[in-house]
Ligand binder design. Structure first.
Ligand code: HEM
Length: 274
């Protein structure tokens, strides 16, 4: 799953990217990813040290790509093209370092999140055989039609997968893989008799909201049919809310629809081990 979401991330950011660049980005990003939660000892051989070195190499690779794209004046519509062409309030272009930082940030935001939810979907479908049958009943005719017409899955088809879509929404709710976010009170706020002073950090706990019986009946039950009725405003926020809400929201859901289509129409799977 991580491989898939990484490849989609790369495609979104760069469109077509030469194999050698893609390989080097992948190799070094993996090292950074491994060291991300490691103990910060800057000694040779540690995950942390390796991650710092790989992070530097990532900057170098990204600088090469950026330089090449600038020379070729590629005004692409992918994210790298947007970053290369964007200007700040003073009309200045972004520095190469800022572009590289943004690219690594987006890769990070796109990979583990989507891969985690896709992994949960595999488990939830496995644990709910009736639901799996319903999803198969939706996906298999699409596959058959496409095989007969020698076609790929189309955008229009992904817009018409109501059962699978609800499974995705329910997986996002149940797993709540981003369980909270940070915000800062920019002014004194009074909320239900409590004062949140200006400057205090606030942690909206999405997981608690998603698992509250006040908003979701029998919240521990995996029940996609609950999404036949839209949740109350601000009770379903797997992608956050407000100006910093996830810009990859629609892409992530599309990725999950496509993955589920191929999963249920081509494969069987079972849990092994204890
Ligand atoms: C299932 C997959 C995903 C989940 C659950 C998810 C969830 C989130 C959440 C909760 C936030 C924080 C919002 C906030 O603080 O209010 C966020 C931010 C962000 N996400 Fe995602 N995300 C997913 C996939 C993606 C993908 C595929 C991309 C890009 C291709 C992406 C790019 C970003 C970026 C750049 C931010 C930072 C936005 C900002 O600070 O303004 N995410 N995401």
């Amino acid at each position: 799953m991580k491989k898939l979401s990484f490849e989609v991330g790369i495609l979104t950011i760069f469109g077509h990217l030469k194999d050698n660049y893609r390989g080097e980005l992948k190799k070094n990003y993996l090292i950074v990813d491994k060291g991300y939660n490691s103990f910060p000892t800057n000694i040779p051989g540690t995950l942390y040290k390796k991650a710092l070195q790989a992070r530097k190499r990532l900057n170098e690779i990204l600088s090469d790509i950026i330089r090449e794209r600038k020379e070729q004046r590629l005004k692409k519509k992918d994210l790298s093209g947007c970053l290369l062409n964007s200007r700040d309030d003073k009309g200045e272009v972004l520095s190469d370092d800022k572009i590289a930082d943004n690219i690594i940030g987006v890769l990070f935001a796109a990979q583990d999140t989507t891969a985690s939810v896709m992994t949960w979907i595999v488990k939830y479908l496995h644990d709910n055989p009736k639901l799996l049958e319903a999803v198969k009943a939706e996906q298999k005719p699409i596959r058959k039609l496409n095989e007969e017409g020698n076609q790929h899955l189309s955008w229009t088809q992904t817009r018409n997968m109501p059962v699978t879509y609800k499974v995705i929404l329910e997986s996002l709710r149940m797993a709540s893989i981003i369980s909270f976010t940070f915000r800062e009170a920019v002014a004194d706020v009074e909320y239900k008799g409590y004062l949140i002073p200006k400057g205090w950090k606030v942690l909206p706990l999405f997981r608690n909201i998603h698992h509250s019986p006040e908003f979701f009946t029998d919240p521990q039950k995996f029940d996609p049919s609950r999404f036949e009725v839209a949740p109350k405003p601000n009770t379903f926020m797997p992608f956050g809310n407000g100006v910093h809400a996830c810009p990859g929201n629609e892409l992530a859901k599309l990725e999950m629809l496509v993955m589920t289509h191929h999963l249920v129409s081509k494969f069987r799977w079972e849990v092994i081990g204890p």
